[in-house]
Design a protein around this ligand. Sequence first.
Ligand code: PMP
Length: 442
Amino acid sequence: MSPTHPANINVAAALAEAQDEYRRRNPKSLAQYEAACAALPGGNTRHSIYAEPFPLTMVRGDGARLWDADGHEYLDFLSEFTAGLYGHSHPLIRRALDQALDTGWNMGAQGPAEARFAAAICARFPSIDLVRFTNSGTEANLMAVSLARAVTDREKILVFKGGYHGGVFYFRGKGSRVNAPFEFLVAQYNDIPGTRAIVAPHAHDLAAILIEPMLGGSGCIPAAPEFLADLRALASETGAILIFDEVMTSRLSPGGLQEALGILPDMTTLGKYVGGGMSFGAFGGKASLMEWFDPRRKDGFQHAGTFNNNVLTMNAGLVGLTEIYTPERARTLNRFGEGLRERLNAVVRGRGLSMQFTGLGSMIGVHMTDAPIRCEADAARGNAGLLDLFYFDLLARGVWIAKRGMMALSIALDAADADKLIAAVEEFAESRGPLFAGLSGG
Ligand code: PMP
């Protein structure tokens, strides 16, 4: 597309043209969406996958590829927001599920897989002595925070702007009216003095510090190691429980980001890929904390859940962690991600575009600004229209990412797939480059 093409006059015009093309290409997804609106509010049961003017309906996945209702093929660079780490229909996961289905799945009893799966998690993540399963990351965080409040007999929970810990723990933008009714203190990510100033008047009532060691949903913004180390010190000084939400980041090294950084929380929450691609959450930590859930203990706390040990998740998760995403495989995938991010940044830097790719290892954030990004406010300075345009342009080139500008790698992606992503980003940079000139965000 030449710089004089009408679509290159401004971002809004280019976006309108890209959306028209999207409507034209996807009539079946549109029909599917309109049908969904009859019974789901806004046709949606999960905000993160909604997209204007309407979301695509995916009908099939295989390896690193997806197909939509209108028959277009995509390279899956989203990997179900990190949960799809194993790619689509991994044969070992499939075998584990088939075996589980062969022996039945609603026993109302303990099964053989859960103890082995729990042992694999405890062996893998250094801060986890004992673990309990839930059905989602949201629930895992609810349990971890509730345990912290109960054992400390305190009320306040320190969280961070841009943090996301589940449907009732939303701290992006202006937050959410349907958050769980805890007493939250909200500090700026990566701001040590600001965080300490917010905590100071409440130090004796601080039950927990809940943090993603890298902001995931807010754009793959890593915490500075010294910031996390200071939170570790702050928790120890105040007697608060430090909880790392590693629902996304646990994939970043064999033992999660905590292991890579050598900073251990008191508790860790997990989710996403750890359940082998099935519904999953887990919370775990020091034995002295988790033993409160020992049912033999008369003064202990309750924790139940019909599907906490559902056989599909227990079997798929066990095989995934022990036979597929081995420590060596975790290192390889994250090295692959580092290399890819460097190449992506070289593409946009080489053309002087105010655009960058953030993140660590196999998680990548896309931002339409070249200024340093250390917190949500920095990310918000990126140009929103260009980010939308990037999404539609990549879709048109057969690359599937999150509309908000997030990518996560699966082990099904290979070097040729990485080259195709690079080529798509090069084409975007080439054709849309003129739109960047003179823009300073928005
Ligand atoms: N914590 C983080 C960091 C997450 O990214 C998510 C999900 N995106 C959650 C918690 C919630 O997990 P779930 O969607 O399984 O409830």
